[in-house]
Design a binder for this molecule. Structure first.
Ligand code: ZN
Length: 235
């Protein structure tokens, strides 16, 4: 195989490799993005659930306090009937007032807990729903990605080893030029003649150059887009 045929072969391989990359597209990035979203939503959700448990415990404690205060107040009220002087009466009333304040405070706290609980329960519920649909989306994308990766990996490996074989016969300078043009020209470094024009950029080529290309022996480049030129001999 002479160099120009190596270059044609190399271009074919690189186009197929690019096609595989395109097939996978941004699927891997999208899977990673979804996974990150799922992680952060899960930790929010878990935090919410933990706080709900905490609130339930606190509520229980507050309820016990309320019952205790009420009981104490009732007992003190009963004692009011048994007092024999004003001093005792005033002392009992002071104690009752103090307990009533405590009772008020506990009732306020209980209301606050109830409000927080309602809000949080709603939040946790909606998080659970989003998490569910996100996980479904993620698992279907993951399956697609795995299938695409599996399907392309053996083909890709095969193409890569063929690429290595093909580049062995090329000089380092030609290969470097090829790689440079490939990345500068959108993955297309080797093009065929179209009549007397470059098949890449369409520029009309000097007759001398066209004749050289048609020998299929030397390596020639388009003077405008710098792509390598070859000629497809008509059957
Ligand atoms: Zn050109």
């Amino acid at each position: 195989m002479n160099s120009i045929q190596n270059l044609i072969e190399l271009q074919k391989i690189d186009s197929q490799l690019a096609e595989i990359e395109e097939l996978l597209g941004d699927l891997p990035t999208r899977v990673t993005d979804l996974k990150n979203k799922e992680d952060s939503l899960t930790s929010d959700f878990e935090r919410g659930k933990a706080r709900l448990k905490e609130i339930a415990l606190e509520q229980h404690k507050t309820e016990m306090n309320l019952a205790e205060f009420k009981e104490k107040i009732d007992k003190l009220k009963d004692q009011l009937f048994l007092v024999t002087n004003n001093k005792q009466y005033d002392a009992l009333m002071l104690e009752i007032d103090h307990l009533k304040e405590e009772l008020d405070r506990s009732e306020t706290t209980e209301l606050e807990f109830l409000e927080e609980k309602d809000q949080l329960a709603e939040q946790v519920k909606s998080q659970e729903q989003s998490l569910e649909s996100l996980s479904k989306d993620l698992s279907s994308k993951r399956v697609k990605l795995e299938q695409a990766l599996a399907a392309s990996s053996s083909e890709k490996k095969d193409l890569e080893s063929r690429r290595e074989e093909t580049t062995k016969d090329l000089s380092a300078s030609v290969l470097a030029r090829y790689n440079r043009i490939l990345s500068a020209r959108n993955g297309l470094a080797v093009v065929s003649l179209e009549g007397k024009s470059c098949g890449g950029c369409g520029a009309a080529l000097p007759p001398q150059l066209v004749a050289e290309v048609k020998t299929l022996v030397t390596i020639q480049n388009c003077s405008i887009c710098t792509r390598f030129l070859f000629w497809e001999k008509p059957e």
